[in-house]
Design a protein around this ligand. Structure first.
Ligand SMILES: [Zn+2]
Length: 64
């Protein structure tokens, strides 16, 4: 198996604050993250939350 260096965090995309996605950290320094389910646009604002992921599409995607 190959080592995946990217970190996965929980968080929201854009203004949809009720849906918590798995966010793949693309650029730690720039704070660039992208929902693993593809929600939002590439440059959408994301916020890291200390909350459980509740997006069904994200929960279906294995990130371990
Ligand atoms: Zn999602």
């Amino acid at each position: 198996m190959t080592e995946d260096a990217t970190r996965i965090v929980a968080g929201t995309v854009g203004d949809a604050v009720l849906t918590v996605h798995k966010l793949r950290v693309l650029d730690e320094r720039a704070g660039k993250r992208r929902a693993v389910c593809g929600a939002g646009k590439p440059n959408d604002e994301t916020d890291e939350w200390a909350r459980a992921v509740n997006c069904p599409a994200c929960l279906d995607i294995e990130t371990d």
